[in-house]
Design a protein around this ligand. Structure first.
Ligand code: ARG
Ligand code: ZN
Length: 873
């Protein structure tokens, strides 16, 4: 008989839980062979349940049940049963204490969900459904409970024992063991539970809240990382202060802990009072961490901290509501990062991710709304759509309401739902209530998948001096949603006159937000002296594809004159895109003068924010060019982009050299302020462009910089320039001396892997296979797997899409092997294969074949099954 396939669950089937857990008492005994977990749950029937006589059903995966008692009495064998992933107990009273004892094996846990070992420490990851791998429980976010946790372990191996809340007791036991008891005064769903036991260094700090309470901050890391804690703690204090200032949110416990672990599926996790981080997302020092790394850490520390309110104090009713906490929290961390640095640059970075990767997801087989209606495996829905598009949706609400009303709405949301598990509808209702704005149509952003397209046309009539803009919106069909209703789209515009000045608009300002709600809408501007240049979708005010028939001259004009920084950058991107698309379609290899002149102007511009200038100097990526194509010819796109870079580098050699030298910094200590970062970025961008052309002087600069660098940004900047250059010997030498220098540092080795696997010069398939044989590679470590296999398949596109299909076969092999170890990582890694619709028929065939082979290869995890089967429909 064929084994049953995993079945989807539906939002429309939501029912309140039959039982509630008022109190959860856990006792962990950690040993080298495994762990014993005793749980005592104070249960009672939920008055809001629609089944007053239901049996008690608990979730549990890979648990060995050793005893089960109700109110202190052993439960008869015929009264309970364990089937699949459930423990059912029949004929239970309305209120009782259930005690279970289970045995688990954290040492053998390679999926990194539940309780597992990372290096020498025990740690947990429970979101979304990992708690059921620790003990039998009602593992759903609308069951909130008070937790008291006892941990017992060997004192010399695990001197540090941590869980959520406050430590209320600790002491020594027999046989060299010791214990600690933690109590969390806040009710929480079990996905926010955490436990850590290890031999860890602790760096302490303090934060005084606005109401004068002292909070102890602690960062726990392995001893070898003791000198990488400063930046995490600084970022934490900034986040705490910002959330008080901007959202009026204070921290609510006496201690806040961060732990860094090397083996982690995601970036980090917001467990109450005990955040657990992927080492690569929190550990930093100048010698090993790039500017990008510093900024990413600041953003992730903030993200997890902000969850304390948007996620923990107010949580999700069910996992379909995931964007309630993730979209809102990403929006909050984006506002924070904008405030800490340049808001324009932050916006550019976010929109780049959205347009390259989220739009591709929206157009792919796993396309889903911000609030999905069904899923097979919730882990597959921690997506760019739920996170980044979800944040865009919150951002649009912010635009529609204005900052003040938005704050009133968030205050209402936090006070009304504090301590509750709620829905995205509850969130939107608060925003409507404070503003009086009807968001009924707007809510389609939560329900309809796919990226809306807005086609803009315009007409200027010199006789009437009227300027008419017409907007047509549509949205492509997505799986299970063929018909789409019009969205409510806040569309920000400005008009520029011939001198590049903003024209005053009817609202009295220079930017106006239009409300597009119909399939087609027009707007007429009166008294316009001459044909204006429209600046459309300023600040990327909505996550849509914009179509307008720009001329190259208009784009060049906007590039230097638009008062909206985002649109200045975007005009440059669009100009480069049109140029490269023309080269692709007409076969020419000449870079038109207009692009060279536009870039010359950018490089020589020392007035504009240098961080923005650095962004403007980067050509759109191959990934984005692929995303924009109907049928992408990867080799051709790569070739044209390379040529464009080389020609720009050659034509602008003198300007680039001046830019490099202008931005060499004196030997002052490394600083992560915006200007220093911008200078390093500019210098390294210039260096890379010059080296691509084979410039000997630049080669010497790169070698010197590589040797002398006192920070990783400069060192790896020089190394990257060498890797992308034609200087083969220097490249090889630099790569190997870099490894010798940094082999003992995991975070640097990950960067070293990525640099090689992401580039066709160093990352052809044979080289990738060799990297996987390298002593530093470990397929069970997600960071290493991502930095070699993930980077190869997502960034090294000419090699991954090699004509003979070898890249696809390789990825399929790795995915199959990984699925047995870590389904979450396997199902994420397979993504590039699911995007087959973008490529030529031959490649489509090869990619589908690879997917077929995965599908028919044996028992798949639900994670991988869902992605692969949906991709083959
Ligand atoms: N809530 C975490 C965060 O975004 C991510 C947890 C991801 N867990 C998972 N199973 N995919 O901050
Ligand atoms: Zn999050």
């Amino acid at each position: 008989m064929k084994e049953a396939q995993p079945q989807p669950i539906y939002l429309r089937d939501y029912r309140p839980p039959a039982f509630l857990v008022d109190h959860t008492e856990l006792e962990f005994d950690l040993y080298e062979e495994g762990a014993q977990v005793v749980s005592r749950l104070k249960l009672r029937r939920n008055p809001d349940s629609d089944n007053a006589r239901a049996s008690l059903v608990l979730d549990g995966v890979e648990l060995e049940l050793r005893s089960i008692m109700i109110d202190g009495v052993e439960v008869d064998a015929e009264r309970y049963s364990v089937e699949g992933e459930h423990l059912e107990v029949r004929d239970v009273p309305d209120e009782f204490e259930l005690e279970t004892q289970v045995w688990i094996k954290p040492q053998e846990n390679t999926c990194l969900e539940g309780l597992y070992k990372s290096s020498t420490m025990f740690c947990t990851q429970c979101e979304a459904e990992g708690f059921r791998r620790i003990t039998y429980y009602i593992d759903r976010p609308d069951v909130m409970s008070l937790f008291r946790t006892t941990i017992r372990a060997d004192q010399s191996l695990y001197p540090v024992l941590l869980s959520n809340g406050n430590e209320v007791e600790a002491g020594v036991l027999e046989d060299g063991r010791h214990f600690a008891v933690w109590e969390d005064p806040h009710r929480k769903p079990c996905y926010l539970f955490a436990l850590v036991a290890g031999d860890l260094h602790c760096q302490k700090d303090v934060f005084v809240t606005s109401s004068g309470r002292e909070v102890e901050l602690r960062m726990y890391v392995e001893h070898r990382n003791a000198n990488k804690c400063d930046h995490g703690l600084i970022s934490l204090k900034k986040s705490m202060a910002w959330d008080e200032d901007v959202y009026g949110r204070e921290y609510d416990l006496d201690v806040f802990m961060i732990v860094a672990v090397d083996d982690f599926n995601m970036g980090a996790m917001e467990n109450k009072g005990l955040n657990i981080f992927n080492s690569s997302c929190v550990l930093a020092k100048p010698e090993t961490t790039t500017d990008n790394g510093y900024q990413r850490i600041e953003a992730i520390v903030a993200h997890e901290y902000f969850h304390n309110w948007s996620g923990n104090r107010v949580t999700c009713r069910d996992w379909f509501q995931l964007s309630l906490k993730e979209g809102f929290t990403v929006f909050r961390d984006a506002q924070f990062s904008a405030d800490m640095g340049s808001d324009t640059v932050k916006r550019i970075e976010d929109v780049t991710v959205l347009r390259t990767a989220q739009f591709a997801e929206d157009a792919g087989p796993m396309s889903h709304p911000v609030r999905p209606a069904s899923f097979i495996e919730i882990s597959n829905f921690y997506t760019l759509t739920v996170y980044e598009k979800g944040a865009e949706v919150v951002r649009m609400i912010h635009t529609l309401l204005g900052a003040e009303k938005f704050r009133q709405g968030s205050d209402l949301y936090f006070s009304r739902f504090d301590g509750q598990a709620v829905t995205t509808d509850d969130f939107v209702a608060c925003m409507e209530e404070v503003s009086g704005i009807d968001l009924t149509q707007f809510k389609r952003w939560y329900e309809q998948a796919g990226t809306p397209v807005i086609r803009v046309t315009d007409f200027y009539d010199p006789d009437t001096r009227e300027y008419r803009l017409t907007f047509r919106q549509s949205c492509p069909a997505t799986p299970q949603q063929t018909e789409k209703l019009p969205f409510h789209i806040p569309f920000a515009i400005g008009l520029l006159d011939a001198s590049g000045q903003d024209i005053a608009l009817p609202n009295g300002a220079t930017t106006q937000v239009l409300h597009l709600t119909e399939p087609e809408q027009s707007l007429v501007f009166q008294n316009i002296e001459a044909q204006p240049v429209p600046s459309l979708l300023r600040g990327f005010s909505a996550p849509v594809r914009l179509e307008y028939n720009w001329s190259l001259e208009q784009l060049k004009f906007l590039m230097s004159h638009d008062s909206d920084g985002f649109n200045r950058w975007d005009a440059g991107q669009k100009l480069a895109i049109v140029v490269m698309q023309n080269m692709i379609s007409d076969g020419s290899r000449d870079v038109p003068e207009i692009l060279i002149e536009a870039y010359r102007k950018v490089i020589n511009d020392t007035e504009t924010d240098q961080a923005l200038i650095a962004k403007m100097l980067s050509l759109p990526t191959e990934q984005y060019l692929i995303e924009l194509a109907d049928e992408a010819d990867v080799q051709l796109i790569h070739q044209v982009r390379e040529i464009t870079q080389e020609k720009l580098g050659g034509a602008l050699r003198e300007e680039l050299k001046a830019c490099f030298q202008r931005n060499v910094q004196s030997s002052e200590a490394y600083a992560v302020d915006a200007l220093s970062i911008a200078k390093r970025t500019l210098r390294n961008t210039a260096l890379q462009m010059l080296l691509k052309t084979g410039d000997e002087e630049a080669l010497q600069w790169a070698l010197d910089q590589f040797q002398a660098a006192s920070n990783m940004t400069d060192q790896i900047g020089a190394l990257a320039a060498l890797v992308h250059s034609p200087f083969e010997n220097d490249r090889a030498q630099a790569l190997s001396s870099f490894y010798d220098q940094w082999q003992s540092d995991n975070q640097v080795v990950e960067q070293w892997f990525s640099l090689q696997s992401g580039n066709p010069k160093t990352g052809h398939l044979q080289a990738i296979k060799a990297l996987m044989q390298h002593a530093a590679f470990d397929i069970r470590n997600p960071n290493k797997t991502r930095s070699v296999i993930g980077v190869f398949a997502n960034q090294n596109l000419t090699c991954f899409h090699a004509e003979d299909g070898s890249g696809y076969e390789f990825l399929a092999d790795q995915v199959i092997q990984l699925d047995a170890l870590n389904p979450q990582i396997a199902s994420r890694l397979v993504t590039p294969l699911t995007r087959w619709r973008k490529y030529s028929e031959v490649r489509q065939g090869q990619m589908k074949l690879a997917l077929q082979r995965i599908k028919s290869g044996g028992k798949l995890s639900p994670d991988l099954f869902e992605v692969v089967s949906k991709s083959l429909v």
